[in-house]
Design a protein around this ligand. Structure first.
Ligand code: SF4
Length: 96
């Protein structure tokens, strides 16, 4: 059995180094691409989350039991970005 492995590596040896070289660079490129895509997705998600207007809305209660008195199901979610009931707080210090 070990003879077979020995012969196999003797046959494959001339192409083994180039294959490992290419495989290593493919791994580096895939890893870098994954990091770049994850960073891009994280930035896009963060921008989207900052578009949620609830914390600037007068109906937002800042209470975990009832976050919003008008639209409690969509409060603080991405669905609230286009909320038709959004009313900006006139005095931002009055609600706290
Ligand atoms: S009314 Fe709409 S924008 Fe205002 S807190 Fe409720 S869900 Fe958010």
């Amino acid at each position: 059995m070990l003879q077979l492995v020995y012969y196999f590596f003797e046959i494959v040896e001339p192409v083994l180094v180039p294959i490992c070289f290419v495989f290593a660079w493919v791994l580096v490129v895939v890893f870098s691409w994954t990091i770049i895509m994850a960073t891009r997705d994280t930035i896009a998600k963060a921008k989207q989350m900052h578009e949620i207007p609830c914390t600037k809305c007068q109906f937002f209660t800042n209470d975990r039991h009832l976050k919003c008195t008008v639209q409690p199901k969509i409060a603080n979610t991405e669905q609230a970005i286009e909320c038709s009931d959004y009313r900006q707080i006139k005095n931002p210090f009055a609600s706290f």
